[in-house]
Design a protein around this ligand. Structure first.
Ligand code: XCC
Ligand code: SF4
Length: 625
């Protein structure tokens, strides 16, 4: 049992984190690392997934002495049910975010708001056409209304499959149909998971696992994909642009506002409000040089991808950002927001504002954002931040470093443009072995690891092996801070990758967005598979989430595997108490969907594991290893 915290340098890879952890210690402010120590050792029943709380004949814990729950459920059933519900939480999170995007799009299409507009008309028309909606000679809003209905239909169970399954190669659709895992409707699959895992329903672990796959596919190919496509339509499809990352993006002489959460619907309006000349004048009246906006986590990714707004930090940097003492206000929507931010804010003058009725925090102030009042509410929030500037104690402010430059904005549209309009140059580079494959490194931070050590080192090792790396979510900030998201990073890449990225003027590690934007990577995989006349499982692709923590990350991993993409995780989900479930995850799924999970905490060994997988896929395609 760990009795004390590791030294500060062992808790994070970064200087900005070290300095803020030292400041926290000096000022007696508790962080996630302190609380992890208090929670260690963790409950081993929970860790291996063999504690069942599904009914009140229990709770039941499985042991040698008591191998069955009161109802007779064994460890396999219990673990599969627990894991299914865990994944349901992740699918619900992304997909409810997607639903909020449809509501916004609905309001725009029906003229119910002036605060949101259609920014990318061409993308709206393109997607409508792709989904079989007539576009010729029709008004934009007419098309938009039809597209809204198409998206709503992917949430219920009105159709035999969600809309974007059509993006997959026919052969792969056939595999899913045979296995019975074609997702029918986002809400239907999540609800069915809750039903199946009620006491006395699905008591066959493998069968529950198959439904897990189907439900996660509904998230990837509908909930998340719809969120991404609508966000592009409403706020613009990302294009390559410069931005900056780390705590150095905060400014000592400015009013600093942080946006945290996931959905761009709130943060985009805050960004408009900070540029309002009246509010800038007010900030100056209060003694500030101006208003500075920075992002955290995924809403930070959304703003950075589209608008170049700087990123203050990823998941484990959120408490530390407040500890700079320079933040007037943090405005949040939902997901991955530690409740401790209220407590840390109370140690300073930092105010926390919540905006969604489904994510309120005791101790924070609630400013409800709705479609018809988004802009007014955003101005109100920015004004509150400005009013707090005079309360700041400048003697306690410490901005620990200078920001690092990055290039962001690689939507599939932008990637295609960089390639000259077709995938051919990329495919040729893959065939020639100059780019041996591609790996998406995605997901979170977890204080059980040295912060960002695995995220960064895995990316570094893979590009050395001529493997293109795509990043989203909290791995983005890690890669950015390590200097991997600029074209000059090709100097750290193998010769083939260096040549190709150098010719295209792109970094060897490409930022593709937030966590829902992993759907962009699914789409890219499908485009490549269709172009080559194979399935996604045949491609030299892999995914990895080295420092994951959330239900959503597990759901992403599961839809990646079910889509045919081998997925590495730094540590297993809480399933190790069941041999059936663990074997399925680590190998059995390979026979069914052509991919499985691999577990390895060491990033250097993980790079070899992934490299070996890519080697096999290349050989099967008749390409040099
Ligand atoms: Fe959350 Fe998306 Fe994980 Fe970061 S990467 S800690 S889920 S913010 Ni999604
Ligand atoms: Fe126990 Fe079965 Fe109830 Fe779970 S469902 S708590 S194993 S009796």
């Amino acid at each position: 049992m760990a009795k004390e915290l590791p030294p500060i340098e062992e808790r994070s890879l970064w200087e900005d984190a070290h300095k803020m952890l030292a400041k926290a210690e000096k000022e007696g402010i508790e962080t996630a690392w302190d609380r992890l120590l208090q929670q260690t050792p963790h409950c081993t029943f929970g860790e291996s997934g063999i504690c069942c709380r599904i009914c009140t004949m229990g709770p039941c814990r499985i042991s040698k002495k008591a191998p069955l729950g009161v109802c007779g459920a064994d460890t396999d059933v219990i673990v599969a049910r627990n894991f299914g519900r865990f994944l349901a939480g992740g699918a619900a999170g992304h997909s409810d975010h997607g639903r909020d995007c449809i509501e916004a799009f609905h309001a725009v299409a029906h003229g119910e708001t002036e605060d949101y507009q259609i920014k990318d008309e061409a993308k709206l028309r393109r997607i409508a056409e792709e989904l079989g909606i007539a576009v010729e000679g029709r008004e934009l809003l007419d098309i938009a209304r039809d597209l809204v209905e198409e998206f709503w239909a992917s949430f219920g169970s009105q159709r035999s499959q969600v809309c974007f399954v059509s993006r997959l190669p026919e052969k792969q659709q056939e595999t899913w149909r045979k296995l019975g895992i074609t997702p029918r409707g986002v809400d239907r699959e999540i609800t069915e998971m809750m039903h199946r895992t009620h006491m006395g329903c699905d008591n066959d672990a493998a069968n529950t696992m198959l439904h897990s796959a189907r439900m996660c596919l509904a998230d990837g190919w509908a909930g998340s994909m719809i969120a991404t496509e609508i966000s592009d339509i409403l706020f613009g499809t990302p294009k390559p642009r410069k931005a900056q990352v780390n705590l150095g993006v905060l400014k000592k002489d400015h009013v600093n506002i942080l946006v945290h959460g996931h959905n761009p619907i709130v943060s985009e309006k805050i960004m408009e409000a900070v540029n309002d000349p009246e509010l800038i004048a007010l900030a100056k009246e209060k003694g500030a040089a101006g208003i500075n906006l920075a992002g955290l986590c995924c809403t930070g990714n959304e703003l950075m991808m589209r608008q170049g707004i700087p990123m203050a930090g990823n998941h484990l940097m959120t408490e530390l950002a407040i500890i700079t003492g320079a933040v007037e206000l943090i405005v949040v929507d939902y997901q991955c927001i530690m409740p401790s931010l209220v407590q840390v804010g109370n140690c300073f003058h930092t105010k926390m504002i919540t905006t969604a009725d489904k994510a309120r925090f005791t101790g924070a102030e609630h400013v409800k954002f709705e479609m018809h009042n988004g802009m007014d509410q955003a101005r109100r929030v920015v004004r509150m931040a400005i009013e707090r500037f005079p309360l700041r104690d400048q003697d306690r402010v410490e901005i620990p470093c200078d920001p690092v430059d990055i290039v962001t904005g690689f939507s599939n549209e932008a990637l295609l443009e960089a390639l000259g309009g077709t995938l051919t140059p990329l495919i040729e580079a893959i065939k020639a072995g100059k780019i041996r494959g591609a790996v998406a490194i995605v997901g979170c931070n977890n204080p059980k690891y040295k912060h960002d050590h695995c995220n960064v080192n895995l990316a570094r090792e893979l590009i050395k092996k001529d493997i293109l790396v795509l990043v989203t979510g909290c791995v983005t900030t890690a890669a950015g801070k390590a200097g991997l998201l600029v074209p000059e990073a090709i100097d750290m890449a193998g010769p083939g990758l260096k040549e190709i990225c150098g010719a295209l003027g792109i970094p060897p590690v490409v930022h593709m967005g937030s966590c829902v934007d992993n759907a962009r990577i699914l789409q890219l995989a499908a485009l490549l598979a269709n172009e080559l006349g194979v399935t996604i499982a045949d491609l030299p692709l892999a995914a990895s989430s080295p420092e994951w923590y959330s239900e959503k990350a597990a759901t992403i991993g599961t839809y990646a595997v079910a889509s045919g993409i081998y997925t590495h995780l730094g540590h297993p989900p809480n399933i190790t108490g069941s041999k059936v479930v663990t074997d399925l995850a680590l190998s059995g799924l390979d026979d069914l969907v052509g991919a499985c999970f691999g577990i390895e905490p060491d990033p250097f060994k993980a790079a070899d594991l992934i490299d070996e997988r890519i080697r096999q896929k290349r050989e099967a395609l008749g390409l040099s290893a």
